[in-house]
Design a protein around this ligand. Structure first.
Ligand code: F6R
Length: 241
């Protein structure tokens, strides 16, 4: 794993966006794997800026998101569908038919949706560049500790800490998701290139263990050590400085 430590979150966001922009310019029809959450917000902002002011062209790019809460309508303000529309899809020239996010609509046949999603990624020729954040417990996408490294897209129960982190975004306790659809660890490792992003002190321990600990299913992010082309962009706080 190559590690780049930036002085602050803003620089991390700029470096991540520049890496993606270079990949898109080199291969305009590439397929991205995209995360949600707080960490990539600055990166998306910078990608939008590059689109508006530097002509970065997404018209042939394909994009698959990593995960979605199960039990939220697509247009729920906290769904990852809504997040992606607001942060990226509605602001750049990505074609809507070239984007895909697992569908967590209440009542959906979730297992069939998982199969559809995994097949859609495969039929697209796989993911060229996949961007992931990391949870404080070492989760990647919503692969919580204990996830098999052979896992593919599936329904998962969220860890108590992950639910607690999500709680602040929901008005009513009954709305807070307990489960999600996530691509698997194997789906992540199948990507040709992986960009790991981590910002802030709360991530420092998980980052340290990801870089140094033996590979173990108890720390999902440690699976990234098994991949030949991972770059981690960390700010100093996440690196523990
Ligand atoms: C989001 C995702 C999660 C987040 C992780 C970190 O699509 O897959 O694994 O990347 O929970 O979240 P933030 O960036 O909010 O700290």
């Amino acid at each position: 794993m190559r590690v780049l430590v930036t002085s602050d979150y803003r620089t991390l966001s700029e470096e991540a966006a520049e890496l993606i922009a270079r990949a898109v310019r080199t291969r305009p029809g590439l397929t991205l794997g995209l995360p949600t959450g707080n960490t990539p917000l600055g990166m998306y902002q910078e990608l939008v800026r590059k689109h508006l002011h530097e002509g970065l062209d997404f018209s042939r790019v394909r994009a698959f998101n990593l995960d979605e809460y199960l039990g939220l309508a697509r247009d729920h303000p906290q769904s990852y569908h809504s997040y992606m529309r607001a942060r990226l899809f509605d602001q750049v020239n990505l074609q809507r038919e070239n984007t895909d996010i697992p569908d967590g609509t209440p009542g959906i046949d979730a297992d069939a949706e998982c199969d559809r999603y995994e097949n859609a990624i495969r039929d697209a020729g796989g993911i060229d560049l996949l961007i992931v954040g990391i949870g404080a417990n070492g989760h990647i996408a919503f692969n919580e500790p204990g996830s098999s490294f052979d896992s593919r897209t599936r329904v998962v129960l969220l860890a108590p800490g992950t639910i607690a982190d999500a709680r602040k975004y929901f008005a009513r306790e009954g709305e807070v998701p307990r489960s999600a659809i996530t691509i698997g660890i194997r789906t992540i490792l199948d990507a040709r290139r992986i960009l790991l992003l981590a910002s802030g002190r709360k991530k420092a321990e998980a980052v340290e263990r990801t870089l140094r600990d033996p590979v173990s299913e108890s720390l999902p992010a440690s699976a990234l050590q098994l991949h030949p082309d991972v770059i981690a962009i960390l700010d100093e706080a996440a690196r523990g400085h």
